[in-house]
Design a protein around this ligand. Structure first.
Ligand SMILES: [Mg+2]
Length: 357
């Protein structure tokens, strides 16, 4: 039996701000772009639950948040501070995991199949994790428990705020199929819109459709949607990046959905990575693309080749493939990263091995 958990911090950036300024606790707190008295551009990154009572939510234009509650406490994103807090949380979570995968600055999947023999043990474990995070950092979180990452993620959404929700394997289908389409994991606004236009009203409709029909609409991504709607997710909890890897990241000046811009950034990073791996006499077999969205969700997608390569063309080609397979314009992108791993000494070329010395 697989037991997977998603630990997700509640209103993380705003919670971090409340932590260092307790006087904010009962005030509406909005972390994000500068509202400039309603003329500001950019979006809300996170807000606390007091702000949510006024209809403010993450991803919303900051100008709209300002209109809803002009006297809310608006704070800029302090990424360094949140990373620090994130590291503390992740260290705690790792201690409870058989396998650990950080999914975002404030989210991690863990596989606990070995240490939790049944669901009641899993529930106990989740309570201990939650308690230890609260004691050591003062931050609230929610935990979803399920037979796979998909169910853990959606259970966690249902557990928010400050809760724990367990969805057993035998309950998974019913749990997921009662959700509105836009709540299905992997389905963003634009995809949900297309599905609705094609006559799908609920997740159940999608589940009862055929993979072929969905693939006609969305390509290979359609097959994923079909699996998700049927509560199927075979993906493993994977340690985020292999230790030995070389990568680059690009943060865009303005959040973007322009894939050409992303491709240009990928090409530039690929050249830098090539220079670095060649200078170390290495070759890679895996490329990972990282996308961080405007709402700070982070997505890692990897692909492997069965030979060792070292050229920037190869890196860029694989990274762009991943981009087009997984990015559907549903969210604005803040940061793109490319990373190569599966690194080996590149022995094939004499000139290079001489260079390594
Ligand atoms: Mg969160």
């Amino acid at each position: 039996m697989r037991v997977i958990m998603l630990i997700d911090m509640d209103y993380f950036f705003a919670a971090c701000e409340e932590l260092r300024r307790p006087e904010l606790k009962n005030k509406p707190v909005v972390v994000g772009a500068d509202p400039k008295k309603g003329k500001g551009r950019g979006v809300v990154s996170t807000c606390n639950y007091v702000a949510r009572k006024y209809g403010i939510h993450s991803g919303m234009p900051i100008s709209m948040a300002y209109r809803l509650k002009p006297d809310a406490v608006f704070l800029p994103v302090d990424e360094d501070y949140y990373e620090q807090m994130s590291n503390k949380v992740m260290e705690i979570v790792k201690g409870f995991a058989d396998r650990f995968e950080q999914a975002s600055i404030d989210e991690a999947f863990i596989d606990v199949s070995q240490r939790a023999k049944d669901y009641s043990e899993a529930l106990e474990l989740a309570k201990r994790i939650k308690q230890e995070i609260a004691e050591k950092t003062g931050l609230p979180c929610s935990i979803g428990i399920g037979p796979n990452k998909l169910i853990a993620k959606m259970a966690c959404e249902a557990a928010k705020p400050n809760g724990i929700k367990l969805v057993k394997e035998e309950e998974a289908k019913e749990f997921i199929q009662n959700m509105p389409i836009e709540k299905l994991y992997g389905v963003g606004k634009k995809t949900a819109e297309k599905l609705k236009q094609a006559g799908f009203a609920t997740v159940k409709d999608v589940a009862n459709s055929s993979p072929m029909k969905l693939m006609d609409m969305f390509g290979s991504y359609g097959a994923e949607i079909y699996k998700y709607a049927n509560a199927i997710d075979d993906s493993e909890v994977e340690e985020s990046y292999e230790v030995k890897s070389i990568g680059r990241e690009t943060t865009f000046e303005k959040d973007t959905e322009d894939t050409e811009k992303m491709e240009k950034a990928i090409e530039k990073m690929a050249q830098e990575i090539e220079a670095e791996i060649k200078s170390q006499g290495l070759a890679f077999s895996t490329v990972t693309l990282k996308l961080r969205f405007a709402n700070f969700d982070e997505h890692l997608k990897s692909t492997s080749i069965n030979y060792a390569a070292s050229s920037s063309e190869e890196i860029a080609k694989l990274a762009k493939q991943l981009l087009h397979e997984y990015y559907h314009g549903d969210e604005l992108v803040r940061k793109v990263g490319v990373r190569v791993s599966g690194l080996k000494k590149f022995k094939g070329q004499k000139r290079l091995s001489e260079f390594i010395g």
